[in-house]
Structure formats: C-alpha cells, structure tokens
Design a protein around this ligand. Structure first.
Ligand code: RP5
Length: 172
C-alpha cells in the first residue's frame, strides 16, 4: 500500500477515515479533521486516487471495518469517482464532499458524488463543506455514544445562543 500515506493524528484507534483523491484536496478536507478534533473523535486521513490507484484503494477500503473504522468521509474534485468507489467497496456509511476546481468548478464533482445508483448511497454534503461531513459523521457515531450526543447538543445550543444574542442586539 505504498501510495497511501496514512496520517493518524490521534493516539487512539481511529473511528473515522478521511479519504481524498489528491494531495491538492488536503486543505479543503482539513476542516473535517479540525471538526472531528473538536468533538474528540479519533480519525485517520489518507490520500488515494480512485482513478490512478484503484487496486490500492480497494485494498485500503477492504480493511477499514476490521480495523474499527465506523464512518468514511471521502472528498474529491473533477470526475469525482472516489466517494462512490469507496461506497461500492464497503457497507460502512460514506459521506461525500464534492470539491470545487477545474473547468466546471465543482459541478462535475457534485453530480458525480450525489448521483449514485440505488443501493450504493453516498451522503453528499455541499461543495467544499467538509465541516458538515465531520458533523454528520459525529452524529452517526453518537447513535451509540451518549457522551458524543451531549457534545452535539451543546454544539447546537451554541448556535441557538449566538442567534438569540444577534436578535437581542438587533432589537436593542
Ligand atoms: C481529483 O482531481 C482530485 O480529487 C482533485 O480534486 C482533482 C485534481 O487532482 P490533482 O490533479 O491535483 O492530483 O481526482
């Protein structure tokens, strides 16, 4: 698996795999890692191309569930085959992040990721919105983790407080 450089920023066993098609996607996908860190969710991140290294991808994805990964976040641009390819190779939930760039500036990526055939879903978030991918991954993990659920409740409460404060300011 030499094409994969696995970067595990956590000491604990990763629960989420963040996968992207090229090192050029790393900055966009870094918001996913930052958000998972905010919730204390251990993760790993790898760059592997569905088009350029399909056998490497299949080998990596085939081992994810056995290694304890519960959710995959997959981001790619252009003809973004990666999230769908991952979904084809695993029964783990896959969250896709379409990435802007190229002649069509992300429309190609968005449609490639969202338009999966019945039976092979990719839960697609907005263009470049790897933050939402990480929040959704955390919500999936929280189904069986009351501590994470409490953190998510506090996270949403912060939105409510900020919105209420803004309203009070506007009415003052
Ligand atoms: C996609 O093509 C990658 O996900 C990236 O978004 C885009 C450009 O890749 P590079 O040419 O920078 O490797 O496969």
């Amino acid at each position: 698996m030499s094409e994969i450089s696995r970067n595990d920023p956590n000491a604990r066993s990763p629960k989420v795999a963040i996968v992207y098609g090229s090192p050029s996607d790393a900055q966009t996908m870094s918001k996913a890692g930052a958000t998972l860190e905010r919730f204390g969710v251990p993760y790993e991140q790898v760059s592997v191309s569905a088009h350029r290294a399909p056998r490497t991808l299949a080998e990596y994805v085939g081992e994810l569930a056995a290694r304890g990964i519960a959710v995959v976040i997959a981001g790619a641009g252009l003809a973004a085959a990666l999230p769908g390819s991952v979904a084809a190779l695993t029964t783990l939930p896959v969250i896709g992040v379409p990435i802007t760039g190229g002649a069509l500036d992300g429309m190609d990526s968005l449609l490639a990721i969202v338009q999966m055939p019945p039976g092979v879903p990719v839960a697609t978030v907005g263009l470049n919105n790897s933050t939402n991918a990480a929040v959704l991954a955390t919500q999936i993990l929280a189904l069986s983790d009351p501590g994470l659920r409490a953190l998510l409740t506090a996270f949403k409460d912060d939105f409510e407080k900020a919105a209420a404060a803004g309203l009070e300011e506007a009415l003052a």
